[in-house]
Design a protein around this ligand. Structure first.
Ligand code: 6PG
Length: 505
């Protein structure tokens, strides 16, 4: 069997057919890693391994895709094209490392069901999809009984990241990381200081949990950027091209990040068909695959306030309610007041402050959720290490993450990012502008749920007293739910329907 340079046929599985035996004379169990599921992410990850010198077995449900990959990219490295599950498994050196890159959910279970019976104790199934961490925990438990290591691996960076270096968040047993880690370190993105953007996040579902929160933060970042854009457009009166320039300038400062960079690219793009700004010809209904929603659902279960991420999820769903929005077009609102050039420029500076302060809050909330998940599931996640591996390769990569890492390096048990001296000081400096921006947005009727939720979170945290005391009183009134007192231990109930005396509960 011939193929492009560096492409090997697969070895036969035990008990394979005659054809497979013929193939085995060329090559046997030579691949250090295998990738099954060759849609764009899987294909690019396979190429990344190959380009880094590994022999990669490749397999896809439809063999045509496998052959297309080796035909097109075989020259990049060493591939073993496997047509069947048996061939694929047989092509892998032991312990086998089998990366699954299929759509999260049922397809992942189907692939596991197909491959697990062909594997032996010590082999690894590595799920690189956006799986729900609870599924990962379930799969890890089930496969552990067979002695198979299941690694739920978050991969961020989109198509390009998968090929050129993603940020990788593997969970699963430490033992599997010992074998897999060096390979992941090789193919991962590198931070500016050269360190690989991968770490063993923790056992079972820890990697997918952290990837989920990464995506929740991604939603919040994108929403905040969207609000900044709309304020610059509707309040300051800038055109998309001008706003692109503003984002480019911001990208040279503390907001330096991939998402700000691509925002400038999207805003400066002009639609070839109409000559209009691209952003004006795109339907303004944001879609989602669900990881941001999961972040909020799990935060609710864990009792962690991720209001900024939640507003980002809600903003996407609101945007999609076309009929509701259509029916609301006549609702009253203020008329925009035009700004002078000088006012607009000063306002843009304020928006930068508001965006930065709100961003600090989103990350604070996201890291709180990771800490809470880590505690709930006994993962012992190192928050500093998580911020370190998000510095390169992933969608939320940003200069800012270096500072988060430094904050956790200084104090690993920071109660909140806001309590890090550096962020507390920056927010103190930003807060007047942050409030001014929200006043302007409210006055002019521009929706800024992300900025507002972030500020409300900040103000609630720093408040000496919250109306929660009143809530407790109400609960005790209508449901005898009891309350605690500020001056004594224990729980109490007031006899609201009687003489209003208080009794210990
Ligand atoms: C990443 C991205 C990636 C993907 C999300 C987008 O880290 O590389 O987050 O996982 O682009 O699935 O999710 P939505 O479709 O929900 O926006």
């Amino acid at each position: 069997m011939s193929g492009p340079a560096g492409v090997h046929p697969a070895a036969p599985a035990p008990g394979g057919t005659d054809t497979e035996v013929t193939r085995s004379t060329c090559m046997s169990s030579s691949a250090q890693i295998g990738v099954t599921g060759l849609a764009v992410m899987g294909r690019n990850l396979a190429r990344n391994f190959a380009r880094n010198g590994y022999t990669v077995a490749v397999h896809n449900r439809t063999a045509a895709r496998t052959h297309a990959l080796v035909e097109e990219f075989g020259h990049e490295g060493s591939f073993v094209a496997a047509e069947t599950a048996k061939e694929f498994v047989a092509a892998l050196e032991r312990p086998r490392r089998l990366v699954v890159m299929v759509k999260a959910g049922e397809p992942t279970d189907a692939v596991i069901e197909e491959f697990a019976p062909l594997l032996e104790p010590g082999d690894m199934i590595i799920d690189g999809g956006n799986a729900h961490f609870a599924d990962t925990r379930r799969r890890e438990r089930a496969l552990r009984e067979q002695g198979i290591h299941f690694v739920g691996m978050g991969v961020s960076g989109g198509e390009e990241g998968a090929l050129l270096g993603p940020s990788i968040m593997p969970g699963g047993p430490q033992e599997s990381y010992d074998s897999l880690g060096p390979m992941l370190e090789k193919i991962s993105a590198k931070a500016k200081d050269g360190s690989p953007c991968v770490t063993h996040v923790g056992p079972d579902g820890a990697g997918h949990f952290v990837k989920m929160v990464h995506n929740g933060i991604e939603y919040a970042d994108m929403q905040l950027i969207g609000e900044a854009y709309q304020l610059l457009r509707d309040v300051a009166g800038y055109s998309p091209a001008q706003i692109a320039d503003i984002f480019r300038t911001w990208n040279t400062g503390r907001l330096d990040s991939y998402l700000i960079e691509i925002t400038a690219e999207v805003l400066s793009h002009v639609d070839a068909a109409t000559g209009k700004p691209f952003v004006d010809v795109v339907v303004d209904q944001a879609e989602q695959k669900g990881t941001g929603r999961w972040t909020v659902q799990i935060a609710l279960d864990l009792g962690v306030p991720v209001s900024g991420i939640a507003e980002a999820v809600f903003a996407r769903s609101l945007s999609g309610h076309a009929a509701l929005r259509e029916a609301s077009q006549g609702l009253a609102g203020p008329k925009p007041t035009p700004m002078s050039e000088a006012e607009a420029s000063a306002f843009a500076d304020r928006v930068e402050q508001a965006l930065y302060a709100s961003k600090i809050v989103s990350y604070t909330q996201g890291f709180h959720e990771i800490a809470a998940g880590s505690q709930e599931y006994g993962w012992d996640i190192d928050l500093g290490a998580v911020s370190a591996i998000w510095r390169g390769g992933c969608i939320i990569r940003a200069a800012f993450l270096d500072r988060i890492r430094a904050a956790y390096d200084t104090r690993g048990d920071l109660p909140s990012l806001l309590s890090a001296e550096t962020f507390a000081r920056e927010i103190a400096e930003a807060q007047d502008d942050w409030r001014e921006v929200l006043i302007a947005a409210t006055r002019q009727g521009v929706p800024t749920p992300g900025f507002a939720a972030a500020l409300a979170y900040y103000d609630a945290l720093r408040a000496e007293r919250l109306p929660a005391a009143l809530t407790q009183g109400q609960r005790d009134y209508f449901g005898a739910h009891t309350y605690r007192r500020v001056d004594r231990d224990g729980s109490f109930h007031t006899l609201w329907g009687g003489d209003r005396s208080e009794a210990p509960a």
